[in-house]
Design a protein around this ligand. Structure first.
Ligand code: ZN
Length: 243
């Protein structure tokens, strides 16, 4: 089975189009949440994804907030302003689709969750959180998003061994070493690891590898749309830096 892996599209249609064009032929597309929020085209991104055959997506905090299912107090002022804008931009049908997204999903034995376990909206930012996540699941492979940082964690079962490796400029991960691994494929629509290019992955279960790749998109076009929509300036500016 060959899966495409995406996360944190955040209403950035230019980045999504670049990623979909760069994806090889995949049998199923897996999304780790946050299709909407921050960006100027939430509805268009949602429709482009949900209309695809073989699309699986778990809920992100912005997805649930845009659907009125997550407390806005959890967000900083800029994110909150963008969510209120997003709620207006989406149709009732699009909001109910977001509300229906599951908190976790499975694919070929891997666990899919936006943030971590046991709390799906927590962030994995180090080995401590990575271990906690694995204590809450039997899955050998976890696919996550949420931090917008492309990286992976390797843990040896029954030991304290934990390695954290950056996928800042992409990379190839072998899944055949008897380790438990957490892979964060990074963000399509708002990278925060210093590389402004959109991030995505391809998981080939037969070959036992995940390849993470970066692809350029028209950042300035998205920034112009965000300014025109009246979305917070800082959210547009950060796209150029990937921070
Ligand atoms: Zn996000």
């Amino acid at each position: 089975m060959v899966y495409g892996l995406i996360s944190d599209v955040h209403g950035n249609l230019e980045a999504l189009h670049s990623v979909l064009a760069a994806l090889p032929r995949v049998e199923r597309l897996l999304c780790l949440g946050d299709i909407v929020g921050y960006g100027p085209n939430p509805g268009e991104c949602l429709d482009a994804l949900r209309d695809r055959p073989n699309f699986t997506c778990v809920a992100g905090n912005h997805d649930l907030a845009a659907a009125g299912r997550y407390d806005l107090d959890w967000f900083n002022p800029a994110a909150r302003a963008a969510i209120l804008w997003t709620q207006e931009a989406l149709s009732a049908d699009q909001r109910s689709y977001l509300a229906s997204l599951p908190m976790t999903a499975q694919a070929s034995g891997a666990l899919l969750v936006h943030g971590s376990l046991p709390e799906p909206m927590e962030y994995i930012t180090g080995c401590r959180e990575a271990r906690r996540c694995f204590e809450a699941t039997d899955a050998a492979l976890c696919l996550v998003g949420h931090t917008h940082v492309a990286e992976h964690y390797r843990l040896r079962p029954g030991t304290r061994f934990c390695e954290r490796l950056s996928l800042w400029s992409g990379g190839l991960i072998s899944l055949k070493e008897g380790l438990r691994q957490i892979v964060n494929v990074g963000a399509v629509g708002q990278p925060r690891d210093g590389n402004p290019q959109a991030s995505f992955g391809v998981w080939d279960t037969e070959a036992g590898v995940i390849e993470v790749r970066r692809v350029a998109y028209d950042v300035e076009a998205v920034q112009a749309k965000m300014r025109q929509a009246g979305l917070p300036r800082a959210l547009a500016e950060r796209l150029a830096w990937g921070r």
